[in-house]
Each structure stands twice: as C-alpha cells, then as structure tokens.
Design a protein around this ligand. Structure first.
Ligand code: FAD
Ligand code: SF4
Length: 454
C-alpha cells in the first residue's frame, strides 16, 4: 500500500497509509487461494467470511464484498485500519508460511472506503419499534455495536456518553493519522439514522445513576465505559510541569484538536525533547503525535526489549521510519525539575530480562549501578490504564473483580439481572474488535432477557 513519505508525514496529521487503488486491491485479492478450510477465518475474532469477501473483490463485486463483511462487522473502515491483523487473520493465512500473507486488513479497508467514497453507505434495516427503552452507557466500539444491534431488533435505544462526541478511544485516543475522525463520525451518524438517541456530556454515576435511569423507564442497561483511568508510575517528580499522562496528552491533541491550534482553542506545550514511557500502541501514538506537534527529538523508553513490545508491528515500523528513538531495557527512576518546577531531566536505570512473569513475558530486572540521565522538556507516561470507578462506585451492588473491572459471564450478564457489560471495562484494555464482539454478544443476551421479561 502506498504511504505518505516519512519526511512529509511528520509535518501533518493526515493518514499515513493511502489505501489500495482498485487495481492493486484486485491484484492482492487474486493472491488468495480460496482455501477450503480457511485458517484466516479462525484468526478473526468475529469470524468474517474472509475468502468470500475476497472472492467478491477478485470479481470486482465490491458491493457484495462490503455486504459480506458487514454481516459480521459493522465497523469495517475502522477495523481495516486499526485491527492487529498481523496477530489475527493474517497470522493464520496459509500464504504467510512461505510468503507474505494476503493483506486482509488492507482489503477490508479498501471495500469500506469504496462504499463511503461512492456514497453507497446505507442505513441498516431495523425491525418496527417495540417501544422498550434500553440505556447504553459510553459510546465506544462496544457500545456502538450493542446499540446498533438493539436498534435493529426494534428497541428504543439511548446512549449516554461522558464526552461531547461519540467514538470513545477511536476519537480521543487513536490519532487522526491512523484513523481519520470523519470515519468515526460517519458511523455515529449511521447510528442516529437508525433512531438511536445520543445524550452527550452525560457522566452516568454523576449526572444520573442507573437507578435514576430505571425510574425514567429504561428496562435494560449495557455498560461500555472502557478502561480510561491512567496508571501512574510510583517515582519522584510526577507533579512537575511538563509531565503528562498519555490520556491527557492524546485527548488534548485528538479530541480537543490541539494540532489545529489556533483554529481550535486548545494550546499544547511540546518541548524540544519529548520522552514517552511505555511500549504499547498508546506510547507509540503519543510519540508520533509529539513529533507532529513540533518536538525535535522523541525518545521511547521501554523497560523490556523490542520483542516484548505490545504495540502493533506496523506502528513500530512507522515510528522508526519517522525517526523516533527507542531506549529498550530502560526504566525511569525519577523525574528532575528546575527551580520553577519544570521537568528538565529524567534519571533512568538499565534493565535485563529474567524469568517470564504472569503475563508470560520475561520480567525486567534492574542492573546495579547502571543509572544515567536523559535531558528532556516533556515526559509522557503511557504505562497502561485501569477501570474508571465513577460509574461502578455509584452502583455498589455491581460485582467487580479485584482490579475494579465488571464481572460478567461470557454472554455479557453481570450479577444484576437488568445490567449487562462488555469491552475494556470487563476485559481491561484490549482491542477494538474484541470490544465490538462483546457489544454484539451482549445485544443478543439483552434481547433474550427483554423478550422473557416483556
Ligand atoms: P472505549 O473506547 O474506552 O469507550 C468508552 C466510552 O465510555 C468513552 O467514550 C468514555 O468517554 C465513555 N464513558 C466512560 N465513563 C462513562 C460514564 N460514567 N458515563 C458515560 N460515558 C462514560 N485497539 C486496536 O484494536 N487497535 C489499535 O490500534 C489500538 N490503538 C489504541 C491506541 C490508544 C491510544 C488507546 C488508548 C487504545 C488503543 N486500542 C487499540 C484499544 C481500543 O481502542 C480499546 O480496546 C477499545 O476502544 C475499547 O472499547 P470500549 O467500547 O470498551 O471503550
Ligand atoms: Fe485466502 Fe489466506 Fe484465508 Fe487461505 S488463509 S482463504 S489464502 S486469506
């Protein structure tokens, strides 16, 4: 797939991969062997009929291709861009054993873009309204999927979202250069065309409790509030000016559009040298955003080695091409401020890998007397997130696990009969496609529950 050149793209927020042309998509589709037992489908968390949609592309039947995908996945333009296909469908593709696997994600993106660009996107058909009110809390991928499916069954669905816009991490976390926000906005428009009402700036647990919503006539609840509470390091200097969490930084840059300052009224202060701590997608998104906001040098500091980095390979490759530096096997031990409390240095220690820990990855161990200093002006901490307790605290009878995530059975039922949950608030930080899968399962369970309790 053609991409913007690294030297150009670090000066703009436009998407990096440019997508297949029709000709290239057909050439790529022709590589698919149409396996009788397609292993790629087993690798897809929502079991898209991959050979079927690729066959339609081969035959230039793009409309049939997109319809085939949408039977399994309602957000293909999003998943085609951000799903970690390299560890899902593409990892299983038989061609990958000797050659490059079929570029399944890029083909999914191609047909979804073809549908949008040709204005052929249509509103899914919904059953006649049954007047039963369902409340969906949060508007990320889990909730969007659950709301769309319930609207198709004919329910009167209302989403309550804390932010002023919908999409969850898709809009406040993942940057524009990986996922253009117009694509997410388009999906939210489809939801409203289907009759789903969205109530923004509504923090459930503060504005209303679930009990308040019950009293307003809602008969079932889906909680899809994600896991947006940043984890903090326990080291000195966290309160210095110039030390940010990745959530705060990315929310300002993406959702509040700081990258378009002064067109948007959100200033962001980026120093010359930015250090990002962490090794996941969030760390890489922060680093690449900082570069585009004008940092002269961006360094990622990660306590394990390159092999253990959980970030998508594609993002790591793009970050390296863009000149981001990596300090592997390195851990921060303190942030150092000047007389005005502005951060200006970070002290680190070198690490080595020991035995595997409970995550299966080798545990990093500090190497004695290996401390050193890096000069910096901005530090972004991207070491993970936890469950946000705002909603769960206001519903104390809801059963949580020891980390504060909601406990459900595999169909999304919580311990409270009319409350269902899915996505990151159940699993901890995971993927867009797994959140969507949970939203779909919960919609089926909610439908069964409401049919039984009419
Ligand atoms: P979220 O997307 O977190 O949405 C939850 C929504 O609920 C939010 O809109 C929030 O404002 C709202 N909310 C929270 N509390 C309340 C409340 N009390 N009342 C009302 N509303 C509330 N996954 C991938 O597959 N590929 C990637 O490349 C990728 N990159 C990522 C990059 C970043 C920077 C981050 C942070 C995550 C990334 N992920 C990626 C993970 C993925 O985005 C999440 O797993 C997914 O979005 C979870 O979906 P969700 O619907 O459970 O929650
Ligand atoms: Fe095509 Fe690869 Fe799937 Fe076989 S495994 S059907 S070659 S995409």
């Amino acid at each position: 797939m053609e991409e913007q050149k690294p030297n150009d793209r670090i000066h703009n927020f436009k998407e990096v991969p440019l997508g297949f042309t029709e000709e290239k998509a057909i050439i790529e589709a022709n590589r698919c062997l149409q396996c009788a037992k397609p292993l790629c489908v087993e690798g897809c968390p929502v079991n898209i009929n991959i050979p079927e949609f690729i066959k339609h592309i081969k035959e230039k039947n793009f409309r049939e291709a997109i319809e085939s995908i949408k039977n399994f996945n309602i957000l293909p333009a999003i998943c085609g861009r951000v799903c970690p296909q390299e560890v899902q469908c593409e990892e299983k593709c038989v061609l990958g054993k000797r050659w490059e696997p079929v570029a399944i994600g890029a083909l999914e993106r191609f047909v979804a873009d073809w549908e949008r660009n040709n204005m052929l996107k249509s509103c899914p058909e919904c059953m006649p309204p049954n007047g039963i009110k369902v409340a969906i809390i949060g508007c990320g991928p889990a909730s969007i999927t659950c709301a769309a499916d319930l609207a198709k069954y004919g329910y009167d669905v209302t989403i309550f979202e804390a932010f002023h816009t919908g999409g969850g991490v898709l809009v406040y976390g993942i940057p524009e250069f990986r996922l253009p926000k117009a694509i997410v906005a388009d999906e939210i428009d489809t939801l409203t065309e289907m009759g789903v009402k969205i109530y923004y700036n509504a923090i459930i647990g503060k504005l209303y409790s679930i009990q308040d919503l019950r009293e307003m006539g809602f008969k079932a609840f889906f909680i899809g509030v994600g896991a947006g509470l940043p984890m903090m390091l326990r080291i000195p200097g966290l309160k210095l000016i110039g030390v940010l969490t990745a959530n705060e930084f990315l929310t300002r840059a993406n959702l509040m559009k700081a990258y378009s300052f002064p067109d948007y009224d959100t200033p962001i202060n980026i120093g010359k040298v930015v250090i990002v701590i962490g090794g996941g997608n969030v760390a890489l998104d922060s680093a690449r955003t900082a570069l585009r906001l004008g940092a002269e040098k961006v360094i990622i500091v990660y306590r394990r080695s390159e092999q253990e980095m959980p970030a998508r390979r594609e993002e790591y490759h793009h970050a390296k091409e863009e000149g981001i530096e990596f300090q592997f096997l390195t851990n921060p031990i303190r942030f150092i401020g000047d007389e005005n409390d502005n951060v200006f240095q970070m002290e680190c220690i070198r690490m080595k890998l020991g035995e595997p820990d409970e995550s299966g990855r080798r545990r990093p161990i500090p190497i004695e007397n290996s401390e050193f200093i890096i000069d910096t002006n901005t530090i972004i901490v991207a070491v993970g997130t936890n469950a946000n307790p705002v909603l769960t605290k206001s519903t104390p009878e809801l059963k949580l696990n020891k980390w504060g995530y909601i406990e459900t059975d595999e169909d999304g039922r919580t311990n409270i009969e009319d409350i269902f949950a899915g996505g990151d608030i159940v699993t901890g930080s995971a993927t867009v496609i797994s959140a969507m899968g949970a939203g779909r399962k919960a919609a089926i369970t909610i439908n069964k529950y409401l049919l039984k309790n009419k």
